[in-house]
Design a protein around this ligand. Structure first.
Ligand SMILES: [Zn+2]
Length: 145
């Protein structure tokens, strides 16, 4: 046994749940490892302290009210309420961000478009190049790259 195995088994040891072989390995490790021996002693003392605490009776009807809440699914309803509240907030934030992006795009200067009837190939090329430049600068403003 090593210290990692010890950590996995210390609770079972203190509660008396290890098999005789596991218990023997555990105790062998404690005999050779001061740190694990100290931790075992501390946990044993903690267990004894907890067992010595005075038992307090629950108020009348406590168990019945807890069982009624469990059976009615009140805890589950509260979970879904929380989930949907968070989902609504996420949608709202997304809409605000989307609105900012659309508004930003709307207010950036547009390129004059060539008319469908007139205009030369050179004017069309100029339009395409200007559009690309505006798109690239918009993208740079939005993404920062
Ligand atoms: Zn150890």
């Amino acid at each position: 046994m090593n210290c990692k195995n010890f950590c996995n088994q210390v609770s079972a040891y203190i509660d008396g749940l290890l098999t005789p072989a596991e218990k023997e390995l555990f105790e062998k490790h404690c005999a050779s490892c001061a740190g694990c021996a100290k931790e075992t002693a501390e946990l044993k003392n903690l267990r004894l302290s907890l067992l010595s605490l005075k038992k307090m009776p629950a108020r009348a009807g406590f168990e019945t009210s807890v069982m009624a809440k469990i059976e009615s699914g009140a805890g589950l309803a509260s979970f879904f309420e929380t989930f949907f509240r968070a989902a609504k907030a996420a949608v709202l934030v997304s809409l605000v961000v989307f609105g900012i992006i659309i508004a930003f795009d709307y207010f950036t200067p547009a390129v004059a478009q060539p008319t469908a009837s007139g205009g030369s190939i050179a004017a069309l090329n100029r339009y395409v190049l200007q559009s690309a430049a505006v798109n690239m600068s918009n993208e740079k403003l939005v993404t920062g790259r």
